[in-house]
Design a protein around this ligand. Structure first.
Ligand SMILES: *Cc1c(COP(=O)(O)O)cnc(C)c1O
Length: 387
């Protein structure tokens, strides 16, 4: 059987030119051609993160390693950290912080909601070195109000760390203008590259806080002391070595980043708003309910939908039989009650249409009497009208 269309929240569909870059014979990490590509890629990433004064780190690893790199370099045992808890990946961030000795306060909300600014503020009042935010929690589809939260963190002198793994390159994000100190992501989500790269962008306050540490970072592989000279060398187009960079993946990342900047960040964010609006309109037209508690909490990079009455989690497999891979639930409180559709990266209305048609067909197979065709029609109208 042919490969299904990947509509899970990572890995995502990848452009042909990115795949071609990945499939080339490997370059030496000290070859002039590779040094130029890696250096140019690091420069270009500042534009993608909107962090002209940021220090990028790109290393082999997944998003979880990027989370650990941020935490390991900022937190010393006993430092206080506040976590804005919007789901599964906020829980993971809390675990990573705890592992590195942070004294934690998680400000939680029921699945599908985001804690109020007032509650986050009262947690920050007690003092905190770090405020951790998951921009889009992939388990709930909840989009956190990063600019408001980062402004609060500034007021209480905490560093803002944003897990942008399911957001960066899809959702509007302005690292410098929003006063965010660290943003991290991975290659396989909205950056539209196969899995394998961890990306961290550190702003000037984060680097200062790192330099003021009393003890070295509690992780050898993540230590910025070891990676900073490497990133500086590539930025200066000089050879250098610490851990061998995954050269093929970096060439592929550069290919995708060039495409992202060619499209333009504003245009890319607008396209993702269309993807989100059209998927939500389709689900609404089918009579289904999404997980985020309010429309302003809905991410545009993925949609999380409750199964309708009488339909269970076999729906994910049924959708797969119609050629589209979607994901089951992940948040522990509602795991068996909903499914997730990722729509980030290079997609446009054709893939939304194909996905909605597969969901409709699967719902019909499951005996749910939706209005067949209503979802596709609604998604197309919403795609054209979303701005
Ligand atoms: C996917 C994801 C992660 C973890 O990334 P891995 O590459 O799976 O380690 C972390 N945070 C968010 C928000 C994610 O979506």
């Amino acid at each position: 059987m042919s490969r299904p269309l990947l509509m899970i929240p990572g890995p995502v569909e990848v452009d042909e030119t990115v795949l071609q870059a990945l499939g080339q014979p490997p370059l030496s990490h000290t070859a002039a051609s590779f040094i130029e590509i890696f250096g140019a890629c690091l420069d270009a990433l500042r534009e993608v993160f909107r962090a002209p004064d940021g220090q990028p780190f790109v290393v082999a690893g997944s998003g979880t390693l990027a989370m650990e790199m941020a935490v390991a370099n900022l937190i010393e045992p006993g430092d206080r950290a506040v976590v804005v808890d919007t789901g599964y990946f906020s829980h993971r961030m809390a675990d990573v912080l705890a592992r590195h000795g942070a004294v934690l306060e998680s400000v939680s909300a029921p699945a599908g909601d985001c804690p109020s600014l007032e509650r986050v503020e009262s947690a920050l009042k007690a003092g905190a070195k770090v405020l951790a935010i998951t921009h889009v929690d992939t388990s709930t589809g909840v989009l956190a109000p990063v600019p408001d939260l980062a402004a609060l963190a500034r007021r209480y002198n905490a560093l803002t760390v944003v897990d942008g793994v399911c957001a960066l390159g899809g959702e509007t994000f302005e690292m410098q203008a929003w006063d965010v100190d660290v943003c991290l992501t991975a290659s396989q989500k909205a950056l539209a590259v196969p899995p394998g790269l961890a990306l961290v962008m550190a702003g000037p306050r984060a680097i200062e806080a790192f330099e003021a540490r009393r003890r070295p970072a509690g992780s050898y592989y993540c230590d910025w002391d070891l990676w900073l000279p490497i990133m500086h060398a590539y930025q200066a187009r000089k050879p250098s070595y610490f851990g061998t960079p995954p050269t093929n993946l970096i060439v592929a990342l550069y290919e995708s980043v060039k495409q992202i900047l060619k499209e333009g960040m504003e245009a890319r964010w607008a396209r993702h708003r269309k993807l989100g609006a059209s998927m939500r309109a389709a689900m609404q037209a089918l009579g289904l309910k999404w997980v985020p508690a309010r429309p302003d909490l809905c991410a545009d990079t993925l949609t999380t939908i409750y199964y309708p009455d009488g339909v269970d989690d076999t729906l994910v497999g049924r959708i797969g039989q119609h050629g589209v891979a979607v994901a089951g639930g992940l948040h522990p409180d509602i795991k068996g009650r909903y499914f997730r559709i990722g729509h980030m990266g290079i997609l446009c209305d054709a893939e939304i249409r194909q996905t909605v048609a597969a969901v409709e067909a699967a719902l019909k197979d499951a005996g749910y009497l939706g209005e067949n065709g209503a979802g596709v029609t609604a998604s197309q109208a919403a795609y054209e009208h979303a701005r």
